[in-house]
Design a binder for this molecule. Structure first.
Ligand SMILES: [Zn+2]
Length: 467
């Protein structure tokens, strides 16, 4: 009988990896890196319970690193099968993995110089040289519709509205003449957001549903994101401060650029210099413009019928590529906006921007994404008075602003809306990609609202998926 093992994103929001074993074959859905607490990060260095050489196929729901960032380790450990993804996901994954290797090398170098690692000789999980052999394994599958990975596995993709290329996947397993359907929600996006289409629920009668629960216990705040952003920008600019937005270069960066550009054009905010401090931000933004198949109608209209509109470009845009250019931003004393990774402040260049800007009460830090347990982002969210960065205590003087309106994840009622659209109750539902309180709250809501059998997935547990 087919079985499914939760190799990640069970009891936490990162490290998504689901192993499906059926008809003597093994398929991995997603291959994400663990982020957050030290205990979670340590899992990235442990081998899988299954030999990567014996895994036959891999399919990706979307490009975020917590779904793709472990691929180079898998390839280094002997995985030689195909990695299937749609065109936008392939292009985003390519730049994300290159950037991830680059940032890990930068961070390792920094840790060695400042001797602030727990390890005597810190090593990156992988380097740029490991990325190319990984990318060679990637094969294209269609953005929508059905695709046969093998005689045993067929996947059908539905737009999940979370980031460019993001999908929910319906996996049909054929074993001994019988078919079993497993639906993977992937990360579910927001309804009525800027740029991307709304999430679509697969019209499948699922035997088993694997559903994310990132915001299973929370709603996003109400309120017009553009108006809120205008208020913050004006408030901070008036007091001569700067804004730091910890964010990865993909997804949220484009959303911020979209709203900032709109507000500039409507003269609701001053035209401040916007520094996007990531070597890959421009390529990511180009991909957002290029992949029109994912655009919602409003974005298509703003681009204009000639495609010459430029809704993702602010007026004073600066892109920094090198470390030197990044450090030079420290000399900018007039009001500016700095968008820099990582989004949860667990590493990356945002660290040195915060060392510089966090103590000053004129500045603001906007937290827009999910902040996992154990990260500096979560500490800021919970009102920390100082943050430990590069081994020193950096006092928090800046205004900390949470803007859940910019989240790329469905809130609780949006998850329930997505579930409501399923045509029939799954025989079993497992809740993944959520911290324990979030997963349990969604489990309770599903039991109450739909009376379905739902369980919270447990790390390394295997469950049967056939009858
Ligand atoms: Zn994601």
């Amino acid at each position: 009988m087919a079985k499914l093992t939760f190799l990640g994103a069970a009891g936490c929001v990162t490290g998504s990896k689901y192993l499906v074993e059926a008809a003597g074959k093994q398929l991995l859905v997603d291959c994400g890196i663990f982020q957050g607490s030290q205990e979670l990060q340590d899992r990235n260095y442990k081998p899988l319970p299954v030999d990567p050489k014996t895994i036959d196929y891999l399919v990706l729901t979307h490009a975020h690193l917590d779904h793709t960032g472990w691929l180079p380790v898998l390839a280094k450990s002997g995985y030689r099968g195909a990695i299937f993804a749609n065109p936008a996901t392939i292009e985003l994954t390519t730049i994300l993995l290159k950037d991830s290797a680059h940032l890990q090398q930068e961070d390792t170098l920094h840790a060695r110089i400042h001797k602030d690692s727990r390890h005597a000789n810190p090593e990156p999980l992988y380097t740029s040289e490991d990325v190319d052999p990984t990318l060679k394994l990637i094969k294209t599958m269609p953005r929508s519709g059905s695709f046969d990975i093998s005689p045993e596995f067929r996947v059908t993709s539905y737009d999940a509205g979370h980031i460019l290329g993001s999908s929910s996947l319906e996996l049909t397993i054929t074993e001994g003449g019988k078919k079993t359907v497993v639906v993977f929600s992937g990360d579910i996006g927001r309804y009525d957001q800027a740029i991307l289409k709304d999430p679509a629920t697969p019209p499948s009668t699922a035997d088993v549903l694997i559903c994310e629960s990132t915001y299973g216990d929370r709603e996003h705040p109400e309120g017009d994101p553009a108006e809120l952003l205008a208020q913050i920008v004006n408030r901070v600019a008036k007091r001569g401060g700067s804004i730091v937005i910890p964010s990865f270069a993909i997804g949220r960066t484009q959303t911020f650029m979209y709203y900032l550009r709109q507000l500039e054009d409507q003269q609701r905010i001053p035209r401040l210099p916007v520094y996007v401090d990531s070597p890959m931000a421009l390529s990511a933004t180009d991909l957002y413009v290029k992949h029109k198949e994912d655009h919602d109608l409003e974005f298509t209209r703003e681009e204009g019928s000639d495609g010459k509109g430029d809704p993702l470009n602010v007026h004073e845009f600066h892109l920094t590529r090198s470390v030197e250019e990044s450090k030079a931003i420290n000399d900018v004393k007039k009001p500016c906006i700095i968008i820099s990774a990582s989004g949860m402040i667990s590493g990356g260049r945002v660290l040195h921007h915060l060392v510089q800007r966090l103590p000053d009460a004129r500045n603001a830090v906007i937290l827009a994404g999910f902040q996992a347990e154990g990260t500096r982002g979560r500490a800021l969210q919970e009102g920390a008075k100082s943050l430990k960065i590069y081994g020193q205590d950096v006092p928090v003087g800046a205004e900390i602003v949470e803007m859940g309106q910019f989240s790329a994840h469905a809130g609780k009622s949006e998850l329930l809306r997505w579930l409501t659209a399923l045509p029939a109750p799954p025989r079993q539902t497992y809740l993944t990609h959520g911290e324990p309180a979030a997963a349990q709250a969604l489990q309770a809501a599903i039991t109450e609202k739909f009376r379905w059998k739902a369980a919270v997935a447990r790390y390394m547990d295997s469950v049967p998926v056939g009858e």
